[in-house]
Write a protein that binds this ligand. Structure first.
Ligand code: PMM
Length: 279
């Protein structure tokens, strides 16, 4: 399955965070060799894409220096791309995107949709790789203050992503390689996330492939809180996330970004098999 061919089947993007402080797996894979081993394991489980990131975006996180981010992701991208993986780089910086593509990345996953560093759009256009524009309002230290959507979260996300589409297309990003992501948890309350998940078809109606990243996020922890209101721990949110993968795949999204690849692969295969029966 090519990145942008065979659009009927949902891609599973496995997360490889090379960060000391990511909220779900922070620190575990901070060493390049451990990150590479983890990526190979996800590849073995059938991941269609490996998303490699060196900047944690957890609420309140401070940004790494450019050199730190490059040092984290480039060796991992090079190794996993040469092992045959389709690699995506999770970065907001054009310098990182440029080096990552040269090292073998075929997708730029920009959680800021070009707002943090507008030159990243030009890198996507010049190199012809895919580009994910996620809905984003501010860096992690201040994003929670921006979780206010007076006219409705779906309307705002669609309007703000439409501006990002215009900016990307204006510099030459190819429309069929431009992926949209609602940015669950980024300047969003749990209710905002649920509303966006309910209304995925409206996001899809913008005419671009859609990627959804719900895996291990705190709105699932809140949903599954125990009788005392204590959120379900990060490592115990996977079953609920597989339910979301199933729904997203059924809605026909282009991809899901997940930490546990095998379970989501199974869900995607179930949905694909059901859909195949119609032909
Ligand atoms: N979420 C995180 C990081 N990168 N990229 C996209 N496109 N969509 C997301 O929802 C997204 C992302 C934060 O999660 P992590 O810390 O578990 O990687």
């Amino acid at each position: 399955m090519g990145l942008f061919s065979e659009l009927g089947i949902t891609r599973v993007m496995g997360v490889v965070n090379v960060t000391p402080d990511s909220f779900s797996d922070g620190g575990l894979f901070s060493e390049a060799s451990a990150a590479i081993a983890h990526g190979l394991e996800l590849l073995e489980q059938g991941a269609d894409i490996l998303d490699i990131g060196g900047e944690s975006t957890r609420p309140g996180a401070t940004r790494p220096l450019l050199e730190e981010e490059l040092g984290r992701v480039v060796p991992v991208i090079r190794e996993l791309a040469s092992a045959g993986a389709v690699v995506s780089v999770d970065t907001m910086r054009h310098e990182v995107a440029e080096v990552a593509v040269a090292a073998g990345a075929s997708l730029i996953n920009d959680v800021s949709g070009g707002l943090a560093d507008p030159r990243i759009l030009q890198v996507a256009a010049d190199t012809g790789v895919g580009y994910v524009a996620m809905h984003w309002r501010a860096h992690s230290t201040e994003m929670q203050r921006h979780a206010v959507y007076d006219g409705g979260v779906v309307e705002a996300v669609i309007a703000e992503l439409s501006e990002r589409i215009d900016a990307a297309l204006a510099v030459g990003v190819l429309p069929d390689r431009l992926v949209l992501d609602p940015g669950l948890g980024f300047a969003k309350t749990p209710e905002h996330n649920w509303e966006l998940l309910r209304e995925l078809p409206r996001l899809q109606s913008l005419g671009h492939p859609v990627l959804v990243g719900s895996s291990r996020k705190s709105f699932l922890g809140a949903l599954l809180a125990d009788a005392n209101g204590v959120p379900r721990p990060v490592e115990d949110r996977e079953d609920a996330n597989v339910a979301l993968t199933t729904l997203a795949a059924h809605a026909g999204v282009w991809g899901v970004r997940v930490h546990d690849v095998r379970a989501s692969m199974d869900a995607v295969r179930v949905v694909a098999r059901l859909a195949a029966g119609r032909h």
